[in-house]
Design a protein around this ligand. Sequence first.
Ligand code: HEM
Length: 225
Amino acid sequence: MDATATDTPVGTPFSTLIRTSSQAKHDDATASSFISDLVGGRHSREAYIRYTGQLWFVYRALEESAELLKDDPVAGPFIKPELFRTAQLERDLAHLLGAQWRTGLTPLPATAAYAARITECARTWPAGYIAHHYTRYLGDLAGGQLVRDRAERTWGFERKGDGVRFYVFEEIPNPAAFKRGYRELLDAVNADDLERQRIIEECNRAYDHNSAVFQALDGEFPLSA
Ligand code: HEM
């Protein structure tokens, strides 16, 4: 199906367009068995650790490109160090797996494909990179907070402490204001309508990558069979 919201009035802000045009994929990802089971507190600690390890590959791809993109006329305004998650993920993984966490940490094929697409966009199509940036970071600021709450309750992590630091944005004291500012950046993105449409398509692709990772994790930690 065409991702375009064809019944959207002319002049609709891009931040609204990208949200409404990707809502169905968002809801698919949210309804995946792995995420439902995670939020439902049904998964083992091992499953949560495996998931957190996969996130590390994704955020490394997002954040190792930051230096390359920070002065880019299109993607540059989105590079905000207060969002960076790699250091927090590494702290969580050290807590969950020990100091040698990197040894034996492997990406699932779906994760490797996702990370490769992020890197490809960062190197060859900065506007496409924005789609990946939006899909992950705005999601972490929103539904990610529910995941943190459930993780704390299910596996006994200290509130906002080691194990769930990925979900804690210490440098963003007011997430609602931050999201408003982020949407203003989206609305002002330095791209024409066709390019904006391509960004929306890439956002839907980003959701598909997430769903593929969730499906692979569900295969490793099946519960509902
Ligand atoms: C635990 C499952 C999830 C829940 C309960 C959830 C819930 C929500 C909610 C309630 C919002 C709206 C918040 C707001 O307007 O401030 C939201 C927004 C968002 N979520 Fe999720 N979400 C989940 C999973 C995901 C996943 C897996 C992704 C992507 C990988 C994602 C990406 C996003 C994005 C990009 C937005 C921002 C939409 C916008 O305002 O433009 N979410 N989510």
